[in-house]
Write a protein that binds this ligand. Structure first.
Ligand code: CTP
Ligand code: MN
Ligand code: MN
Ligand code: MN
Length: 378
């Protein structure tokens, strides 16, 4: 509420994990611009700049009104000089020259296309660009050796870069449920990632799997993968075994942010009739191939297995958003002298692990109000 003489000034706490960020965003023009600069920084190995733009965008996401005047931003956290310049440019000129020139730049376009290949990160894309490879045709024509993930990524490029719908995520969920029930009755499957936060589309589908009896989950992932493979559901999979208790070169070290659960990065083959079985209507994008309709699509799926004793930490750590997770760990470290991972919460002052069987307990340990998944869309 404002009158003509004064603009509304907003008040926002500085950590994203202190804020309720729903999918409703009144400032998409500004947040899209800052997110693009964040993406460009991340693709250019400038992680610090990337985080700064992500934090700035996240602050604008929680504002109750569209920003119309720079004075409204006074006192807001995380808005650095660079982000403010971008916002000012957009408010005054309708667009940011830096954002527009980034979008148009050959380098950014090439980085986007090449990292769109599953299995290709910023470093590989950068090397290819320096070797003159800027698009998929040039990649195919070059004699680059591709690993198994990259070959699958190239083969299923269009499908993998097409957003996954909630209906498709639910259909995948039914398949994963069936696989898990077949190989370990009583094991539980939970949808995590963006779909747990209520997003309507995603770049993949993420699942967390556990069993209520500690230890029963050991060795579970290879069994799930074998079942899925035998049923023809997998176009690609790579399983990374649990490295929390043991690793190639000796006993576990104090845990870093890296998570050490047994997990599987995969590409599912989702048939149109699987979607219908899951109660969905016909897909809108069955594509022509070999003169006929391709009755399936490729979907990226991530599976994670956690022991029940770590389930709450895994659930919190894999629900995202990525910035929300990063901010939770920063809050824990800087404000509470604690270390949070997807496995545990350690109090560095009391020198003790803080147990939790629910996300609510973890927020309470951290001295934070509970934020439900649908409000973690920072
Ligand atoms: N994550 C992780 N380690 C990885 C990859 C992801 O801990 N190697 C976590 C991320 O921090 C995030 C969650 O897993 O909290 C889901 O990641 P991702 O699928 O990449 O993102 P989503 O939020 O699900 O977004 P999208 O809809 O684009 O998939
Ligand atoms: Mn990639
Ligand atoms: Mn995801
Ligand atoms: Mn994922």
């Amino acid at each position: 509420p404002t009158n003509e003489a004064e603009v509304e000034v907003f008040s926002v706490p500085s950590y994203a994990c202190q804020r309720r960020t729903t999918l409703e965003n009144r400032n998409t023009v500004l947040t899209d611009a800052l997110s693009l600069l964040a993406e460009n920084a991340e693709l250019s190995a400038e992680e610090g700049r990337g985080v700064a733009f992500r934090r700035a965008a996240a602050v604008l996401k929680v504002l109750p009104e569209p920003v119309t005047d720079m004075t409204q931003l006074k006192g807001l956290p995380c808005l650095g000089e660079h982000s403010l310049r971008v916002i000012k440019d957009i408010l005054e000129n309708g667009a940011s020259s830096e954002v527009e020139s980034t979008k148009q730049s050959e380098r950014f376009k090439a980085l986007k296309v090449l990292t769109g290949v599953f299995g290709v990160g910023a470093k590989t894309a950068d090397r290819w660009i320096r070797e003159g490879i800027h698009d998929l045709q040039q990649l195919k024509d070059s004699r680059q050796t591709l690993n198994r993930a990259q070959r699958a990524g190239l083969e299923h490029y269009d499908d993998i870069n097409q957003p996954v719908s909630k209906a498709e995520a639910d259909a995948i969920g039914e398949i994963v449920e069936e696989a898990v029930a077949s190989v370990l009755p009583g094991a539980q499957v939970t949808l995590i990632g963006g779909f747990r936060r209520g997003k309507l589309t995603g770049h993949d589908v993420d699942f967390l799997i556990t069993h209520p009896e500690e230890g029963r989950e050991v060795g579970l992932m290879p069994k799930i993968v074998s079942w899925l493979e035998s049923q023809g559901f997998l176009l690609y999979q790579k399983t990374i075994r649990n490295s929390y208790l043991e690793s190639d070169d000796g006993p576990a070290r104090p845990c870093s942010n890296m998570d050490r659960f047994e997990r599987c990065f995969s590409v599912f083959k989702l048939a149109e009739d699987e979607k219908r079985r899951a109660g969905q209507t016909q897909s809108h994008h069955a594509s022509a191939e070999d003169g006929g309709l391709k009755p399936w699509r490729a979907v990226r799926v991530d599976l994670v297995v956690s022991p029940i004793s770590q389930f709450a930490f895994a659930l919190l750590g894999w629900t995202g958003s990525k910035l929300f997770e990063r901010e939770l760990r920063r809050w824990a470290g800087h404000e509470k002298t604690m270390s949070l991972s997807s496995h545990a919460l350690y109090d560095n002052t009391q020198r003790t692990y803080l147990r939790a069987t629910s996300e609510e307990e973890i927020f309470a340990h951290l001295g934070l109000d509970y934020i439900p998944p649908s409000e973690r869309n920072a």
